[in-house]
Design a protein around this ligand. Structure first.
Ligand code: MSP
Length: 509
């Protein structure tokens, strides 16, 4: 059993394209692993506590609970609009989660890792992150954070003794038991840990922050939002037995998909909390980059924010997924502009893949009337080798969690098939009855390439794959996405009408 998650988003503002990116990446991997025959558990959700949320709600003149309810539909709509299918959407305000966070707290405390201390530190409310001691950094400008988000905190709080976990975390990283991708992010995290870890405050005084999960046995404190939020992964995959945390076969997580801004929380604090509680840390963390627009961070003041729902309205859900997965580097920052996406929609989807499918079907209908008859000997040739190599490259990219590279393998096959059509000119072969066998063989191979590419694209565009499946391969059942060559049944019927998978945008909008 494999488990995968997205980070849980703060519902203090509407979802942005970065949330959509992370969601479709995790959804792609869940589907791709299932396609390989794995059982997969996929979890997503919302992070509903914390100072930022409490403040945003107050600014809106609402109670946090009521405010969150107004925001939540946007996050559930993000999932439906982008065709994602998490097995569980978890909200940190659920009672079950509260109980789990308290149980994890007790487990860490029982291990002697949670202690009370007085301290003064700078806090970045925007990122819900402690920045450093007020004695060490008397001047807050060193943090480069807008002043309105900075706050000097002077309180008695509970601390998690993260410093105790420096060596265990280094060991996890160095042994590969915790695999952080890409390598440059792993190095960043490793260097950070190697410099020494500071203990972290994991609670706030309720006078300052009321909107959170109460610390067990201390009503005057609520949990720091990150202690609470990270526990969501446990809430979805474990039960409580008289206060003891009992995980099931979904534990530990194979992969947490997160953005670069929160890699440390997942790669350092989270494994330390789990080790403290005697639980296995996650096996992997995929750190994606940030979505940029014209080379710059999307921001309201620059006026370059792209609404994720606008992408779906413009391109449709399937193409929106494709564009984010295939055309934004999985492990690096990526630029998104509507005009670039328009060009890519036309080239990748309408002209290359969509056109290949529709022209091959119409040639088969016109020249043969059904999927051509061939013998296994006839089809053992160049195409078979090309497809076998493509699967190898695809699987390698999938194992390396570079979704963009995996999909590029499919794109190369599409270009190869379209080029073969131009070279072989089936319309010329069709004029010569003596070459009927050659024509049948060629068309059959093209159908097999379509089957292969559709299998590769299926985790990115599941509904499109379903349409191709029901039009051409339904008689194969699950075998339709097999990596074997020559699986399509010769003589099978073809769809009555031409198949337009990706209408030209002018027609679509
Ligand atoms: N609530 C925390 C996560 C807790 S997980 C236990 C949080 N929420 S967030 O809403 O700010 O971000 C959610 C995810 O979106 C994070 O992984 C973050 O990196 C990602 N992104 C935020 N801005 C982004 C871009 N501009 N581009 C890509 N991803 C971005 O952090």
């Amino acid at each position: 059993m494999k488990s995968i998650s997205t980070a849980i988003a703060y519902p203090n503002a509407r979802p942005h394209l970065g949330h959509a990116l992370e969601l479709v990446q995790a959804d792609f991997l869940a589907r791709a692993w299932r396609q390989r025959g794995e059982a997969v558990y996929f979890q997503s959700g919302t992070d509903e506590h914390g100072l930022k949320l409490q403040r945003t709600a107050a600014e809106a003149g609402m109670e946090p609970t009521a405010f969150v309810e107004t925001q939540l539909p946007h996050f559930t709509r993000l999932i439906t609009d982008f065709g994602a299918a998490p097995d569980r959407f978890l909200r940190t305000t659920e009672p079950e989660h509260k109980a789990m966070a308290q149980a994890l707290w007790r487990a860490c405390a029982a291990n002697g890792d949670i202690v009370k201390k007085t301290y003064r530190a700078w806090y970045n409310v925007k990122e819900e992150e402690f920045l450093g001691s007020a004695d060490e950094y008397p001047d807050p400008s060193v943090f480069g954070v807008e002043e309105r988000f900075l706050e000097l905190i002077e309180e008695e709080n509970y601390f998690f003794q993260l410093s105790r976990y420096q060596q265990p975390i280094l060991d996890l990283i160095d042994s590969g038991r915790l695999e952080i991708r890409p390598a440059n992010r792993r190095e960043e995290v490793r260097n950070f840990v190697a410099k020494g870890l500071q203990d972290v405050s994991v609670s706030r005084d309720t006078a300052k922050l009321a909107w959170g999960i109460p610390v067990p046995d201390d009503d005057a404190q609520v949990m720091y939002v990150w202690f609470d939020a990270l526990t969501n992964y446990l809430t979805g995959t474990a039960n409580l037995d008289e206060g003891a945390i009992v995980v099931d076969e979904r534990w530990p997580y194979d992969l947490h998909c997160v953005g670069k801004d929160i890699a440390r929380f997942h790669a350092v604090m989270w494994p330390a909390m789990l080790l403290s509680a005697g639980l296995q840390p996650p096996r992997g963390i995929l750190v994606h980059g940030f979505i940029l627009s014209e080379g710059r961070k999307m921001s309201k003041s620059l006026g370059n924010v792209i609404d994720p729902f606008e992408i779906v309205e413009t391109f449709g859900s399937e193409a929106a997924r494709w564009l984010l997965l295939a055309r934004v580097p999985t492990q690096d920052d990526g630029d998104v502009t509507i005009s670039r996406f328009r060009d890519l929609y036309a080239s990748d989807l309408a002209n290359d893949f969509g056109n290949l499918v529709s022209r091959v079907i119409s040639m088969c209908r016109k020249y043969v009337g059904h999927i051509p008859h061939v013998t296994p000997d006839q089809i053992a040739n160049l195409e078979e080798t090309v497809v076998a190599e493509a699967w190898q490259a695809y699987d390698q990219a999938l194992d390396a969690l570079t979704i963009d590279e995996a999909l590029a393998v499919g794109r190369t096959l599409v270009v190869f098939a379209n080029r073969r059509i131009e070279e072989h000119k089936p319309w010329v072969l069709a004029k010569d009855p003596a070459r009927a066998e050659e024509l049948a063989e060629f068309l059959y191979e093209l159908i097999e390439i379509i089957r292969t590419v559709t299998a590769m694209y299926a985790p990115a565009m599941p509904k499109t794959a379903e349409v191709v499946w029901s039009s051409l391969f339904s008689s194969l059942g699950e075998r339709a996405w097999s990596k074997e060559w020559g699986v399509t049944l010769p003589g099978s019927p073809l769809p009555e009408d031409g198949l337009i998978l990706f209408p030209r945008l002018e027609d679509a909008c």
